[in-house]
Design a protein around this ligand. Structure first.
Ligand code: TGC
Ligand code: FAD
Length: 394
């Protein structure tokens, strides 16, 4: 049974480069040593384990696929994906932190910001000295961000921002926010532009989202912008020709989620497999019963399929040919797979499955957020439907 350690039934290790394997193994060891012992307590205490951030920076996990000239690790996208997988093996909240920092804050600053934005923020964000958040969603504009009512109005020497952003990961911890705002008529998506806003700017406040039953080891906040005055230099110069700039950021983060979900599923499978061979009921291990064997076989099958999807997606991204539609398929399918596996794992564990000492129920609850954010499962179905038929059904 020990060959199932690491869950690599199709020997995908042989399809990775030595460097990719080495990076994966380094992060895996760090997660086992530094995160696994504390993540259950952090979850119960409803706090993101902030003291891990400097180590994540030092080890190159933040914005890992961005260039070295800005203090990032300059890794390929498969290595980046493997990092997301290993982080989410511990907790979706940890991968969320890294996703937002790297794909939703550092990526837009790199791709759409000014050189001043890049040199001011990227090295600090890469090292973890600064934390970032990404404000797109609003209370009444989730799946449809194009309708946003947060405004940026031009003044003589800058802009004034007003509005509310909801469900913002890292919001209360952040030093800098990438804020998307309407600079023209409400509904005119061509006028939606991105701003780099230091969170100590007067009028900017963040409040914790209370009452969550998922992603408890993650900071989720509401951002309030009340006459926030920023200079002209806060505007990201390359934004402003439609929703495609924020959506391009989402493509980066959704790519990471497609890998991350596999990590959560691997953790649940691993926990179930161990439990099945150790737990004795009716004079034998439950892993010797046909129902549990089929349950484990289904889990392994789904994880293997998801691994193949993620690896090929990563190779396409590295070749520069990946499309957003391929990312939608992978995000949708792999998160759905992980939700199913976490639920089945929790069931296999019996009563112990509801305890925090075991990981599956924490993953199960977390994955409900992952299913919803970065485009819900339904929305990715509609994106694929649009691609297949040419007819938008949103
Ligand atoms: P639509 O007309 O389809 O497209 C507008 C323009 O954008 C282009 N485009 C993309 N470009 C890059 N990447 C993508 N994924 C793209 N999708 C579309 C498109 O080609 C077009 O370009 P152009 O040149 O013709 O202007 O736009 P729409 O307004 O109809 O939007 C459709 C829809 C529903 C798919 C979109 O609004 C959507 O994806 N909604 C979901 C919203 C969402 O995912 N929000 C996520 C918020 S951030 C978050 O959840 C962080 S969680 C973080 C964590 O903790 O890990
Ligand atoms: P709605 O859009 O109101 O959807 C409700 C239901 O309606 C869903 O089932 C949806 O699939 C369905 N639906 C919507 N439109 C259609 C349609 N046209 N046809 C059929 N069904 C439809 N956002 C950020 O900007 N930054 C962040 O850092 C961030 N972090 C998040 C962290 C967490 C923990 C969560 C839960 C969310 C986060 N989000 C963030 C917001 C997230 O992206 C939104 O929750 C998501 O896009 C869905 O929007 P909504 O919650 O408003 O749901």
């Amino acid at each position: 049974m020990s060959t199932f350690e690491g869950v690599d039934f199709y020997d995908l290790d042989s399809a990775l480069s030595e460097e990719e394997r080495m990076i994966r193994d380094t992060i895996r060891q760090w997660v086992d040593e530094r995160v696994m012992p504390i993540i259950g307590d952090a979850y119960i205490e409803r706090r993101f384990p902030r003291d891990l951030i400097p180590e994540m920076g030092e080890m190159g996990m933040l914005g890992a696929n961005l260039p070295e000239e800005y203090g990032c690790a300059g890794l390929n996208n498969v290595a980046y994906g493997l990092i997301m997988q290993e982080l989410e093996r511990a907790d979706s909240g940890l991968r969320s932190f890294a996703s937002v920092q790297g794909a939703l804050v550092m990526y837009p600053i790199f791709a759409f910001g000014s050189e001043e934005h890049r040199t001011t923020w990227l090295p600090k964000l890469a090292s973890g000295e600064a934390i970032g958040c990404f404000g797109l969603t609003e209370p009444d504009y989730g799946s449809n961000p194009g309708g946003m009512i947060t405004t940026a109005r031009k003044t003589d020497d800058g802009w004034v921002l007003n509005g509310t952003k909801m469900w913002i990961t890292n919001g209360s911890m952040a030093d800098v926010a990438v804020v998307w705002a309407q600079t023209g008529e409400i509904g005119d998506t061509r006028s939606i532009r991105g701003f780099v806003v230091p969170t100590d700017t007067p009028g900017f406040t963040a409040t914790d989202q209370k009452g969550k039953l998922s992603l408890l080891a993650s900071d989720t906040s509401e951002l309030h912008l009340a006459d926030v005055e920023v200079p002209d230099s806060a505007l990201m110069p390359e934004t402003g020709s439609g929703l495609k700039h924020p959506l391009q950021c989402l493509t980066q983060a959704r790519y990471g989620i497609a890998w991350g979900a596999i990590g959560a599923a691997m953790a649940c499978f691993d926990e179930s497999r161990r439990y099945a061979v150790e737990r004795v009921m009716f004079d034998g291990p439950i892993g010797g019963k046909q129902i549990q064997q089929v349950r484990l076989a289904e889990m392994l099958t789904k994880i293997t399929q998801a691994q193949l999807v993620a690896l090929q997606l990563g190779r396409l991204k590295d070749a520069g040919t990946m499309t957003p539609f391929q990312v939608s398929l992978a995000k949708r399918a792999n998160v759905d797979m992980a939700c199913d596996i976490a639920r089945e794992a929790r069931r296999l564990l019996g009563g112990n499955g509801i305890l925090v000492e075991y990981h599956s129920m924490r993953h199960m609850a977390n994955l409900e957020s992952v299913y919803t954010y970065e485009g819900t499962h339904d929305i990715h179905g509609l994106i694929l439907g649009h691609a297949i038929t040419g007819i938008p059904a949103y």
